[in-house]
Design a protein around this ligand. Sequence first.
Ligand code: ATP
Length: 373
Amino acid sequence: SASNLHAADDIAVSVKNVSMVFGDVHAVDDASFDLPEGKFLTILGPSGSGKTTLLRMIAGFDMPTRGEIFIKNQPVSAIPPHKRAIGMVFQKLALFPHMTAAENVAFPLKMRRYQVRTIPDKVQHYLELVRLGGYGERRINELSGGQQQRVAIARALVFEPDLLLLDEPLAALDRKLREEMQLEFRRIQKELGVTTINVTHDQREALVVSDEIIIMNNGAIQQKAAPVGAYRAPANAFVANFIGVTNFVEGKVSKLTDQSVEFEADGVTLSGTLVEQTDGLRVGANCSGAVRAEQIRITSRDGHLDSLDSIVQGKVIDCIFEGERVVYEILISELGDTLMRVFDHDQESHLQFGPGDDVRLGWNARDMQVFKK
Ligand code: ATP
């Protein structure tokens, strides 16, 4: 079809087998992905997983040890950062504090020798985009933290770059402002349709802002998926553990069909679902079942959980009231003293169980992903 013929043109960034080695550290290990035009991608991973190194190579600050990066189908290794049409916002905003907001936003236009008479309108347009229309004449040190963030975004976008790179720009903000700015990034990105790559270790942020997420560990891409995909169908135990709060139960596979798997954990039979990349999982193999805290139902010892596929008995160790939910820690003696965490969002049942209470936990087979151990 026509759309297939033009597919290559729709790829904004292509990373092909890129590695970065510092001495004996493989900071990035054979990373490959394509990012279509106009999408918001988040690179998510723990500290030291290689996120910043990957972003720095895309920006042009570092050259890959191996592999090639293409922006709009052009290999960019030989192109220095300032010649790549890339806007950037980092944690350190690097605004000029003695200059006004408008002067800061005008700066990249002056550097790029835009015609002087065209500059004020463009600056005002981008200040309005970030909802600072009336703040152009304020100096940076007269603006709040959130307003400074907005100036930095306007400055990164004013020259209409092909690509916007965000390296933890929100990490230093308090939680409320950070969540507000996450939504702002998403709104602005959607409004302009600018292809964006964001780096964070905040899984909530990744789920909220992104069209696609890449999860990294030890320099290697573990999964690339839409937020819902990474959440519902983690490719491996690392991703399951990194996104959300996940309980793991270890056992041995006892029954296997196309989609479903049963396994024995200390003599208890549990049911789960196979993830795609589970080649080599056979009856008798060691496995690990993963179920998220919010997918477990809790009831009293004689309560009903009959519709659920897996049911275990436990004892409440702790319960923590968090406002919109209660977090229970439950000791499961029959699973070799496994601790499970359960989120209960039911307003009616808030704090119905306390430490020492006997309870039953249950979950559906489709909510327990089974990985090879
Ligand atoms: P963080 O979330 O803490 O910023 P990250 O995921 O961005 O971490 P990187 O900064 O990309 O991780 O680092 C990946 C690995 O490469 C780490 O082990 C780091 O110590 C190493 N590394 C990064 N830059 C250099 C460098 N210039 N020289 C040597 N090692 C480096």
